[in-house]
Design a binder for this molecule. Structure first.
Ligand SMILES: Nc1nc2c(c(=O)[nH]1)N[C@H]1C(S)=C(S)[C@@H](COP(=O)(O)OP(=O)(O)OC[C@H]3O[C@@H](n4cnc5c(=O)[nH]c(N)nc54)[C@H](O)[C@@H]3O)O[C@H]1N2
Ligand SMILES: Nc1nc2c(c(=O)[nH]1)N[C@H]1C(S)=C(S)[C@@H](COP(=O)(O)OP(=O)(O)OC[C@H]3O[C@@H](n4cnc5c(=O)[nH]c(N)nc54)[C@H](O)[C@@H]3O)O[C@H]1N2
Ligand SMILES: [Mo]
Length: 756
């Protein structure tokens, strides 16, 4: 490993590649990938693990089939993950898979195949496993897709009602340049955890946020962080820290909005011009609707924060230019939708939405390059194909497997859960990401056939009937990048495919040939016979065309390929979210029913959901410190430090050396006889896992903080999960009927020393 990261111009002889955790050059010696060198400030340890990933002993070397499935035929089974896996030829494996797809379509119709394939697979748009899976299953006759995502599913449901689109969580954000220049007070609900900046969906080349935050600080911006974890901020930021009960932020936001109203600070002109329904919200805030004024003392009682701290917070935001932000974690909770709506309502009261450095933006602490200010639309994507099947909310997988035919209320619609008989997963790890993994196991057992494409023997691959070995992105050419970073990367193949691994796309093309749907999979006769190069050229042609229409000079394909990294010219101005709307609300209305920010939504009120009266509300979750019994902790499951979810776990960058860490306050540790570094058992009625105690004075009392990312490995006899996957503990309740989104952060658990 070199001690200084390479710049883009160094060592041009090594091919450039890209992952969600950054760009790198790869050095191959004697047929082995021996070194990965970070480009542009990517985390050296995570990047450095690339050769370990490619040559991992966990690589799947060839296709396998589960003995019970091969000998007993397709059918429900609780032997997945336990049976022997038998090596078979590609030809045999492809025939088995193609025959199963035909059988499903013939006997049960398209919705019988679950094919959403949620997960992050690899950066690179052509070989993006999830896109390829969806194209293939759509082309072959249809499937049950998965709607939205785990990251911000609740936001995806609420924001279109309030702002008209998901832009403010998906890609738009006021830029850090604007914050550095204008913001007086920056309030971060959920903090700004620097570990999350190591990762950007699609893969970023630059990692500018630490410097940009430091610039704002230097210019005199005051930072206030609300989080149960003190380390949810960059070292040296010295933000004021407030530690509310997890799940209580909405109460705080609403009380601040109430305070703005009753003190006369509310910007009535802004509310009149740019919002609708403020009167309905105010009636709730003042207690006219439900008899409970949402005062600061009320919020103090809900959140376990002192009145004094809330008064200081109110004073801080009542003057000057204020930027309000919430991490995505806040909405990955029961009634998570409300935290985002309440934040928008508070920002509307302050009247600075659309002004430089003011208003709100989501997710500055959630991913690298949020607010980095890039010109969007230059990373090509692969077109999707129309699906004749159906779709379920992404987090409703276990329910769909367990309760076919049951109705599910979702964002004003009533879905009937499909009768899923075949699971097809490529590019995700549901036995890492889903809540209540015991429940998922019970649902999974009901499937007749499970097919998984994976590079490694993950818990999901181990629970398949047919496993097909996939290449990693180092073993193929691709184009990648993210709309949040000003670069597009030509990902050059570093090493030939290992063992018998094949590209997901080639696997699907071979299956499409067998099923007679190759032309549909290719997207029409004009693409027939396309190889990797042809596809990449076609995708790049779209980017060149965009450049022509925008007046941006884009290199031709061969030049781009030779460059490896193409820096997209910066936009003319730093982005200020909703500035256009503020400047000309009549010419640039929001795509909401009123054209304005909806502080009351008739559409939502008309859904008639119990917890959605049509304006932001505080609804306490089922599981939080407000309902905790003696000895119960709020379990906060955040993102892992040096992994991307379950990826990298089995490398030197990951956590596989010991059960995952669980952070606990020293007083709580003492009360439970727990020492630093001690093996512990974290448990509740849903399950139990091992973990390694980390005593941390920065953790709020009565909270445990445990990262996701450990590979699910329950002990065959006791069920005790061995590696520290907290999703054996989380509840599979969804955010609400509106979002049906992942609510992993609303869970209670207990902890005890593990006697060995
Ligand atoms: N408790 C709790 N649970 C959570 C969260 C939380 O905060 N708390 N967060 C949720 C969130 S936001 C997310 S995004 C999910 C993460 O969801 P996961 O599905 O767990 O994400 P990954 O671990 O990135 O899974 C990607 C999988 O694709 C495989 N892969 C990589 N490259 C390729 C390829 O080229 N081809 C194929 N076929 N496979 C490939 C990897 O080996 C890996 O198994 O977890 C969710 N779960
Ligand atoms: N290193 C690394 N970075 C990543 C990822 C990764 O796997 N590894 N995954 C990426 C993905 S897919 C996503 S979706 C994003 C997720 O981005 P986030 O959801 O923002 O990230 P988390 O780490 O889950 O949570 C951030 C912090 O929120 C705090 N928090 C939790 N609950 C509450 C609450 O109720 N109130 C308050 N005030 N704070 C709370 C926790 O202390 C936690 O540390 O991260 C991305 N970045
Ligand atoms: Mo995510």
């Amino acid at each position: 490993m070199s001690d200084k990261p390479l710049t883009m111009t160094d060592d041009m002889q090594f091919p450039v590649n890209l992952s969600h955790w950054g760009a790198f050059r790869g050095r191959v010696e004697g047929g082995r990938f021996v070194e990965a060198l970070p480009i542009g400030g990517a985390d050296a340890q995570m990047i450095g693990a690339w050769p370990e990933l490619v040559h991992s002993p966990q690589r799947i070397d060839q296709p396998y089939v589960r003995r019970g499935w091969l000998e007993g035929g397709a059918g429900p089974s609780d032997m997945r993950g336990q049976d022997e896996m038998i090596p078979i030829s590609w030809d045999k494996a492809l025939k088995l898979v193609a025959d199963e797809i035909s059988r499903m379509h013939r006997d049960f119709g398209p919705t019988s195949i679950l094919g959403g394939s949620y997960g992050w697979s690899s950066a690179g748009r052509l070989h993006h496993a999830r896109s390829q899976t969806r194209r293939f299953l759509a082309a072959s006759g249809g499937f049950t897709d998965q709607i939205a995502n785990y990251s911000w599913g609740a936001a995806a449901a609420i924001l279109p009602h309030v702002l008209g689109s998901t832009a403010s969580v998906a890609y738009a954000a006021t830029s850090w340049a604007s914050i550095a220049e204008h913001t007086d007070t920056f309030v971060a609900f959920g903090g700004l955890n620097t570990k999350n900046w190591r990762v950007t969906s699609g893969g970023a080349v630059e990692h500018p946020l630490p410097q940009m935050v430091a610039q704002a600080k230097e210019r005199g911006c005051r930072f206030i962080v609300l989080s149960p974890l003190a380390s949810d901020m960059p070292d040296g930021l010295d933000a004021d820290l407030i530690q509310p009960r997890p799940g209580s932020d909405t109460a705080i936001m609403l009380a601040l909005a109430h305070e703005a109203w009753i003190t006369g600070r509310a910007d009535k002109a802004f509310l009149d011009t740019y919002t609708t329904g403020a009167d309905r919200l105010v009636a709730y805030l003042t207690g006219q609707t439900d008899g409970i004024p949402k005062t600061l003392p009320w919020a103090a009682a809900q959140s376990g924060v002192s009145l004094n701290e809330l008064q200081t917070l109110w004073t801080a935001i009542s003057t000057g230019r204020v930027m309000l932000t919430a991490a995505w974690s806040l909405q990955r909770a029961e009634n998570g939708e409300q935290s985002y709506w309440a934040l928008i309502a508070l920002a509307a009261m302050l009247g600075q939405i659309g002004l430089p450095g003011g208003g709100f933006s989501f997710g500055y602490g959630s991913m690298g390059s949020v607010g980095a200010n890039a010109r969007r639309g230059y990373v090509p994507t692969l077109a999707s194909l129309p699906n004749a099947g159906t779709a379920i909310p992404v987090a409703a997988v276990a329910d769909a497997l367990l309760f076919p035919g049951e109705p599910l209320d979702f964002n004003g619609k009533r879905i009937t859960l499909p009768d899923i008989r075949m699971i097809y997963w490529a590019g995700g790890n549901p036995f890492h990401h889903a809540q209540d993994l015991g429940k998922l196991e019970r649902g999974w057992a009901r499937a007749e056939t499970v097919v998984v494409h994976e590079p490694w023997w993950t818990p999901t691959a181990l629970r398949a009937d047919i496993v097909l070995p996939a290449t990693t992105s180092a073993e193929r050419n691709d184009i990648g990048g993210t709309s949040r970073d000003p670069n597009v990367v030509f990902m050059q193949k570093i090493i030939e495919p290992q063992s018998q691994a094949r590209n997901d796309r080639d696997i699907f093309a071979a299956l499409a040939d067998r099923l007679g749907c190759r032309e549909a999979f290719d997207g029409g006769p004009q693409n027939t016979g396309f190889d990797e190069q042809d596809w990449l050229k076609q995708m790049w042609a779209g980017t060149v065309k965009k450049g022509l229409s925008d007046g941006v000079e884009v290199p031709d394909y061969d030049s781009f390929r030779a460059m490896g990294v193409w820096p997209v010219p910066a936009p003319d101005h730093p982005e200020v979210m909703l500035a256009e709307f503020r400047d000309a609300p009549d010419q640039s209305p929001l795509p909401t029913p009123s054209g304005k920010i909806e502080l009351f939504s008739q559409t939502i009120a008309d859904f008639g959901y119990k917890d959605e009266p049509g304006h932001p509300v505080f609804r306490a979750p089922h599981e939080w410190l407000g309902t905790a019994a003696q000895g119960e902790f709020h379990l906060v499951t955040n993102q892992p430090e040096k992994q991307l979810h379950s990826q990298l776990w089995h490398t030197s960058a990951g956590m596989s050396g010991a059960p995952a860490p669980v952070r606990i306050h020293p007083d709580d540790a003492a009360a439970h006889n727990i020492n630093d570094g001690q093996p512990v058992r974290v448990y509740n009625a849903r399950g139990a896992c091992k973990a390694t105690a980390r005593i941390d004075v920065g953790v709020r009392r009565s909270v445990l903080v445990m990262p996701t990312g450990a590979w699910f490995e329950p002990d065959a006899l006791t069920g005790l999960e061995q590696n520290g996957n907290p999703n054996v503990l989380t509840a599979d309740r969804r955010s609400s009927q509106l979002g049906q989104a992942c609510a992993a952060l609303s869970a209670l658990a207990r902890i005890e020393p593990l006697s060995t």
